[in-house]
Design a protein around this ligand. Structure first.
Ligand code: HEC
Length: 413
């Protein structure tokens, strides 16, 4: 026992003495900050170099110790995810101690990768918005639709998807849908506020949620042997949210698709739990109300979950998703205690997660449609129903899954 304590003390002392930017702090920032804080990134300044970090030392201590940064909304006491960006107490302390002790630089390692996201492989199909979109300069939140025809002559297996915003400062988030009817083509550049959106909304899509991107999201890739199926002639439908600007600006964003290289024998499906699945209908939020809605969905066969993405709009407050197996086992899926429209993401399970046939997926989503809610787009509050516009509401859980196969629980990818 005494020996163990000695070792701990020596280690702690050693760490304290050795704390330098390159040894101790840079690796933490690389993993947790630099996917957003780089020149031209969504973060308001770059944190790639010693000088940039040093200039904001105490500010960084503040935002990390209050856990304002990095933004991560899923409750880690409920479940951890493979793409989790969250500092440990020890990492927060390391940053604090380093700043307190004068921000030693240390020795730069020989090869220092600046951004860990450089991923090597080239995309097989790069789809660009057909033309530059000129953003509104009226300083408004702007939501637009675009169609990216794939012109694929044959069906394809998609192993990974990546969204690259053209204007990194202004593209706030995007959502990718797929359509094979080609009847959505007229929507290109259309504003969400255009009443015609309602007509497009009636066209049944193949995949309402092929991919959702928020700042900091990187390429999503599927486990080996699994892929998303893309039908020939598919049109990708992009919904992009642009942040307000009063300067003339343009955007031409890109979607990269990576075809599966190895054999694929399982298709990745999207299970979208939606407003129709709500058990306490109607999905309507009267003004000045704080309703909760509940979804119960029965899984028909054994499946393996890959990822989960809760989705609500501005007056969403919290969401809990769990599964109950037929034997009564409770499986926590995701819990967001303080919903924030601005920080949504696709939470990727660490390993594929088995849900046996007959399991119930239970969703509980709480909303605050009162005038006292600062996130409410309406002041005073107005009744809100379902719709695509961000000022309408939604209640979705988007799950990527494959049919279960023995051993999935142990597959690391
Ligand atoms: C997912 C993207 C993302 C990640 C990851 C991220 N940031 Fe940020 N950060 C932002 C954005 C966007 C802002 C500006 C908006 C805001 O303050 O909410 C910001 C703001 C900040 C600010 C200024 C806060 C203020 O009040 O103005 C600091 C300091 C900061 N980040 C440091 C960090 C550090 C340190 C990390 C890693 C430990 C980190 N960020 C990780 C996106 C990110």
């Amino acid at each position: 026992m005494r020996v163990a304590w000695m070792v701990v003390l020596i280690c702690l002392a050693g760490q304290g003495m050795a704390q330098t930017y390159y040894q101790d702090v840079a690796p933490i920032l690389e993993r947790n900050c630099q996917s957003c804080h780089y020149p031209g990134g969504i973060g308001p300044f770059s944190l790639l170099t010693y000088e940039e970090v040093k200039a904001r030392g105490s500010f960084i201590v503040h935002v990390t110790s209050t856990r304002y940064m990095p933004p991560w909304k899923a409750d880690p006491s409920f479940r951890h995810f493979r793409n989790e960006k969250m500092l440990t107490e020890a990492e927060i302390r390391t940053i604090g101690d380093w700043v307190e002790r004068g921000m030693q630089k240390g020795k730069k390692p020989r090869s220092h990768a600046l951004i860990a996201s450089a991923s090597g492989a080239e995309p097989d199909l790069t789809l660009r918005m057909t033309s530059d979109y000129s953003l509104s300069d009226k300083a408004i939140e702007d939501f637009r639709f675009f169609v990216l025809p794939t012109n694929l002559q044959e069906d394809k297996k998609i192993a990974a998807i990546e969204f690259i915003p053209g204007n990194r400062k202004q593209v706030h988030h995007s959502r990718l849908m797929t359509d094979t009817t080609r009847r959505i083509r007229g929507i290109d550049g259309m504003s969400e506020l255009d009443p015609n959106v309602r007509n497009f909304q009636t066209i049944p899509l193949v995949d309402e949620f092929m991919y959702g991107w928020v700042p900091g999201n990187q390429k999503i890739f599927f486990p080996p042997g699994t892929a998303k199926h893309l039908f020939k002639g598919t049109d990708l439908v992009l919904n992009i949210h642009y942040s307000p600007t009063s300067k003339p600006q343009k955007d031409q964003s890109v979607v990269n698709l990576y075809f599966a290289k190895g054999p694929v024998d399982r298709e990745v499906y999207t299970l979208t739990l939606r407003e129709n699945d709500i058990v306490n209908q109607p999905f309507y939020l009267p003004a000045e109300s704080t309703p909760s809605f509940f979804i119960r969905y029965k899984v028909q066969k054994d499946i393996s979950l890959i990822s989960i993405m809760p989705h609500m709009h501005f007056v969403g407050k919290s969401m809990v998703v769990e599964a109950i197996t037929p034997t009564g086992e409770q499986i926590p899926l995701v819990r967001v205690n303080k919903w924030d429209f601005n920080w949504q993401t696709t939470y990727q399970f660490k390993n594929m997660l088995k849900l046996p046939a007959g399991s119930q997926i239970l969703v509980s989503a709480a909303y605050d449609n009162t005038s006292a809610n600062p996130a409410n787009p309406n002041h005073p509050a107005k009744g809100i129903g379902y719709g695509w516009r961000s000022t309408d509401e939604m209640c979705n859980v988007v799950i990527y899954y494959v049919d279960y196969r023995e051993g999935d629980e142990f597959v690391e990818y």
